[in-house]
Structures are given as structure tokens and as C-alpha cells.
Ligand binder design. Structure first.
Ligand code: S3P
Length: 170
């Protein structure tokens, strides 16, 4: 009920450029639910865009706000939850994902870099995005895999096909 705990229908994890926002919106439409995005929630709490939080308050502050947003979303939203790419770095956030229908959108480097170049600014990818993305993914791949119930490849698939693959896999 409205006052009790809620469990997400789908949680999307993956690196920047994996299509979480696009696929999340498609999934929500298909399922007839809404999307909650931790990046958006953090920006609302901080009252400013993510790049400004990084510059003015530092990454640790961003990660603290993100951990709180993850907790609120995965315990309080019954639709689609889309997590910022670095949300899985926090052990408590990973623990909260246990038992939930989590899909890891696994994207090749070239496709991700092409996408983030056209997309919202990411402070961690501002300089040398290819190299930075590769390092992020090396560090995080084991964490995405650990929390995921399903690993969904995005290569050679349209966003609609990825959304369908998520539903099939979960
Ligand atoms: C980050 C990814 C971004 C955003 C922030 C940090 C990361 O989210 O949370 O810029 O550490 O990978 P997206 O995965 O939605 O780009």
C-alpha cells in the first residue's frame, strides 16, 4: 500500500552510455509504471546539476547523496528504477539490490562513448572519455555482475529490443 514499502518492477544498472534512461522510459511505458532515476533525485535534493555538485561539493558528497537516493528509490518505488553508473560502488547500495529484478545493460566501449558524447555532461568523463570509461568499466564490471539478475547485451540492438530483452530475462 501507499504507506508500506514498495519493490521496484525493474532496476537498471550499467555504465554511462548504456542506455539506462532510454530503456527505462520504454520499460515504464510498456509496464504502465513510472521511472525513478537517482541522478534526477540527487539533482533535486542538491538543487543543482550533477557537474556543479562535483565541482562545488566534491565527488564524496555526490556519492553520499546518491546512496540516499538509491535507498529511497529501491525501497519506495514500485516502477522502474534507473541507477547512476557509479551507484554500485557503495556496498550498502549493492546490498539493497539483493533479491531485486536488476538488469545490467552491458554496452561496448565504442557505443557508450558515442552515446555519452551526445548526451548530458558527465564530470568523470569530461577529459579523455574513452580511457576514463574503460577504467570505470574495468573497476565496475564485477560489481554490475554481482548485483545483476540478468546481463543484457545492448550491442546491435535498438532500445526497444533491449527493453524486450530485459523483460524476457527477468
Ligand atoms: C556517474 C554516472 C552518471 C552520474 C554521475 C557519475 C558515474 O550517471 O551519476 O555523473 O560515476 O559513472 P549515468 O550513468 O546516468 O551517466
Amino acid at each position: 500500500g501507499a504507506a508500506g514499502p514498495a519493490t521496484p518492477a525493474v532496476v537498471l544498472v550499467g555504465p554511462p552510455g548504456s542506455g539506462k534512461s532510454t530503456v527505462g522510459a520504454l520499460l515504464a511505458r510498456r509496464l504502465g509504471v513510472t521511472v525513478r532515476d537517482t541522478d534526477t533525485d540527487v539533482e533535486r535534493t542538491a538543487g543543482k546539476p550533477i557537474p556543479d555538485i562535483f565541482v562545488e561539493d566534491g565527488e564524496p558528497r555526490f556519492r553520499a547523496l546518491e546512496a540516499a537516493a538509491v535507498r529511497a528509490a529501491v525501497t519506495g518505488h514500485d516502477g522502474v528504477v534507473s541507477l547512476g553508473g557509479g551507484a554500485v560502488l557503495d556496498p550498502e547500495s549493492r546490498a539493497l539490490l539483493t533479491g531485486l529484478p536488476v538488469a545490467f545493460l552491458d554496452v561496448p566501449l565504442g557505443e557508450a562513448v558515442r552515446r555519452v558524447g551526445l548526451d548530458v555532461p558527465r564530470p568523470l568523463l569530461a577529459v579523455n572519455p574513452r580511457q576514463r570509461w574503460r577504467v570505470l568499466m574495468e573497476e565496475r564490471r564485477p560489481l554490475y555482475t554481482e548485483v545483476a539478475r540478468a546481463v543484457v547485451e545492448t550491442a546491435e540492438r535498438t532500445p526497444d529490443e533491449v527493453a524486450q530483452a530485459v523483460l524476457d530475462a527477468l
